[in-house]
Design a protein around this ligand. Structure first.
Ligand code: GLC
Length: 754
């Protein structure tokens, strides 16, 4: 039941529908709704013409029109769509009388998921939008994060939004920015890693790219949806200071940098209160402290009653279209009853509608109707390949095993379905690729799980490598029989084993091991050929018990529509592996804050608190298998002349990067702030990063500005960021564990708004 206090009727309440529509219009007309709205909510710094237009529009709309905006209907998978619906995950019908188009809310961050509604005679999915529904998958967001290049995230976002818009979709449920707090989380591939600065910057850039195409983007899942096990009921327990400095900070940066039209609250609880009923997170943090002007939508079915409207939810997602607006869902008839009984102020319904409309207006949805047009598959695939090229992380390269020499005569290429495709992640982020999945669903290797199919994108590393090494004999073995694979490897100059780990929404990984005896396959091949290269297509960190026995390891994540080509370019040396780890790779699960994923009703994230990922390893003084920020290049880079200075109230770091090798390469210099031991913080935190391509012998100076919050701790007692007076050391390095230069600077005490 609603817990709203009975307040003396505010002007808006005096105009509530209970007093009849005529009086309502009269009241509102004289009320100056906009003044009320802005008085009730201090105009955010980014209050724009969209907010004014939305407030004026709301003023003209009767209650039932406002009500129509606060629920979306799940239309994916329906074979017959009502007029106006394109079959998206969420649909809000149009209101032509007010110039408001339908909202077509579709998944997601990898590309347009066109939800299979049937399979054809070959067993292949037919998308909800038929052949036109096939789309171009980007590399996974975790892979994008490995590029440490926001410009690529922007370009990728713009591409998938162009494909969305071409299919009549005007909102992408992208922008997943939950921190990889739990390395076994089945959805880590959908997010941007373990550090708030990197994740927030990459997510914000993808959101900006999406919205550049007049498609609204979201950020999700607010907050602390760090695992899939028990996600509908689990309480993620974490203290306020740790939350503000980690998971909340990632969202804060993504929202500041991307201005997403919407935020999606998640399924789980935080400190015992459901995300979508959590007034502290939604009203206090998101809307009051951060002055967020857009709207909060629930995850699909994540609402818990009409009182969520008082907690800060503006739109309930995933209702049943057949029920219509007056269905008994949280924001259906119950909401209008709550308005009529004053349990829910009418002005709150106006505010809910205002938030939806201002984001639609801000992103041009009321001014630029979607223009359905055929996809430019080649151009879009090239964008995906450009992104993939910078996501690949070279983890080991003993004796310069890679790049493959042009003269190599014979290569054994083994496993991972590398003859036909590259792996992608499952669940709502799944993209059904143009050209169809590379392997039919009934293939014996494909096992049913949360998602009906394990989809391989039709981009063959084998074919791509043959094109790049036309003089080289390359034999493929599917790897199902290690002895046979080993025999082939023995006969070749080099053996390349592709190992895959499928991850998906709805299920977590049982452990960090490679599934289905792939470790044994790698061991057998490495025993047969010392020049063994392992290419990993995984959803995140994995254990590598065979690491000492192989010559090279390349992490390719889920590399998207042209993943095979990108991998072949890296293996053949046509491109320098430019990726750096966005998430630490533990030696094994014993190094983690929790030996196994909690299947209980609560997970105590205060064990690590703010020390997520590398911060945990630093605090525990333990050594991961591979550190956050780590990655090799075919050349090597030097750093010199690090100098800190104060400029416009910020600390800037200037330094020189040089390519000291004989090949062109791409480097990712990283800055870390060392926190004073007495601060109670983890030893260091990422404070800045660059991306620079250099020719052999070239050197260039970079200047990076450091957000002051990276020197601060969050003081929950006063709701402020606080910088303690003192000298701070900033380190420059190739990873969180390879820091080569440092400088320090004196800062005076400061307090910053949240
Ligand atoms: C979900 C997912 C969310 C997705 C939504 C719509 O259950 O958690 O990420 O956007 O459904 O498909």
């Amino acid at each position: 039941m609603l817990s709203a206090r009975r307040t003396s009727s505010s002007p808006a309440q005096a105009c509530a529908p209970a007093h009849g529509a005529r009086r309502l219009r009269r009241c509102l007309g004289g009320l100056g709704l906009l003044a009320w709205m802005l008085a009730a909510m201090p105009a955010p710094a980014w209050a724009s013409e969209a907010d004014v237009r939305a407030a004026q529009l709301v003023q003209r709309m009767p209650p039932e029109a406002l009500h129509q905006l606060v629920q979306s209907y799940a239309m994916m998978g329906l074979k017959r769509q009502p007029p106006g619906s394109v079959g998206a995950a969420g649909y809000v019908s149009a209101q032509p009388a007010y110039g408001i188009p339908a909202l077509q809310e579709n998944d997601a961050g990898v590309g347009v998921n066109n939800y299979p509604i049937d399979v054809d005679a070959r067993g292949w999915p037919i998308g909800v939008r038929g052949a036109a529904g096939a789309a171009t998958p980007l590399p996974s967001p975790l892979g994008m994060a490995a590029s440490w290049n926001p410009r690529l995230a922007y370009a990728g976002g713009a591409m998938i939004a162009g494909e969305a818009r071409a299919q009549g979709i005007n909102l992408l449920l992208a922008g997943g920015v939950n921190l990889a707090r739990e390395p076994r989380n089945g959805r880590n591939f959908e997010y941007f890693g373990e550090d708030p600065l990197l994740a927030g910057s990459m997510a914000g850039a993808e959101v900006r790219g999406i919205q550049s195409q007049h498609v609204i983007s979201t950020v999700k899942h607010f907050l602390l949806n760090a695992q899939e096990t028990d996600r509908l009921a689990l309480s993620a327990d974490l203290g306020e200071r740790a939350m503000r400095e980690s998971d909340l900070f990632a969202f804060e940066l993504a929202i500041e940098q991307g201005h997403p039209g919407a935020v999606m609250c998640g399924y789980n609880k935080v400190n015992g209160i459901y995300d979508c009923s959590n007034a502290h997170l939604l009203n206090d943090v998101l809307k009051r402290d951060w002055k967020y002007p857009g709207w909060v939508m629930t995850d699909w079915g994540a609402d818990h009653g009409v009182s969520d409207a008082l907690a800060g939810v503006d739109q309930v997602s995933g209702e049943d279209y057949a029920d219509g607006a007056q269905g008994d869902g949280s924001f259906g008839a119950p909401l209008m009853r709550a308005i009529a009984s004053h349990a829910l102020p009418y002005a709150r319904l106006q505010d809910m509608a205002q938030r939806v409309l201002r984001s639609m207006i801000a992103n041009g949805l009321l001014d630029a109707a979607p223009a359905p047009k055929p996809l430019d598959a080649l151009a879009d695939a090239q964008v995906a390949q450009n992104v993939a090229a910078q996501t690949l992380v070279l983890l080991k390269n003993a004796s310069g095993q890679l790049p493959l020499e042009a003269g190599v005569r014979h290569i054994a290429l083994i496993g991972g379905h590398a003859d036909v495709g590259v792996l992608s992640g499952g669940g709502s982020a799944q993209v059904w690729p143009i050209g169809g999945a590379a392997i039919k669903p009934e293939h014996p290797d494909l096992h049913d799980s949360a998602s009906p199919w394990v989809v391989y994108d039709p981009s063959s590393p084998l074919q791509a490598l043959r094109q790049r090494l036309p003089q080289t004999r390359i034999d493929y073995d599917d790897g199902r029989r290690p002895a046979r694979a080993a025999a082939l490897a023995k006969s070749a100059d080099v053996a390349i084993v592709f190992a895959t780990q499928w991850a998906a929404e709805g299920i977590d990984l049982p452990d960090l091991g490679l599934p289905e005896h792939q470790d044994a396959l790698i061991e057998a091949v490495a025993a047969a050929n010392p020049h063994t290269v392992v290419v990993l297509e995984t959803g995140g960190a994995v254990r590598m018990p065979w690491l000492g026995k192989v010559a090279a390891v390349l992490e390719a994540w889920y590399p998207g529509a042209r993943g095979g080509e990108a991998i072949a370019d890296a293996l053949s040396g046509a491109a320098d592996p430019a990726g750096r780890l966005p998430t630490s790779f533990p030696q094994d699960e014993s190094q983690l804050p929790r030996p196994r994923i909690g299947a209980d009703d609560a997970v105590d994230y205060d064990i690590e608190g703010v020390a997520v990922g590398y911060k945990w390893f630093d605090r525990q003084r333990s050594t991961p298998l591979f550190a956050f920020g780590y990655g090799l290049s075919y050349t090597h880079f030097g750093y010199a002349h690090l100098q800190l200075a104060k400029q416009d109230g910020r600390v800037t770091a200037r330094f020189e990067v040089s390519n000291d090798g004989d090949r062109a390469g791409v480097d990712t210099p990283q800055l870390y702030v060392d926190m004073p031991p007495e601060s109670g913080e983890a030893p260091r935190r990422l404070a800045g990063f660059g991306k620079i391509a250099l020719r052999p012998g070239e050197r260039r100076t970079l200047s990076l500005s450091i957000d002051p919050r990276l020197f601060a701790v969050f003081d929950a007692a006063t709701d402020r960021w606080r910088i303690g007076a003192g000298r701070y050391t900033v380190e420059l390095g190739h990873s969180s564990r390879e820091l080569v230069l440092h400088d320090d600077i004196a800062l005076s005490a400061a307090s910053l708004a949240p």
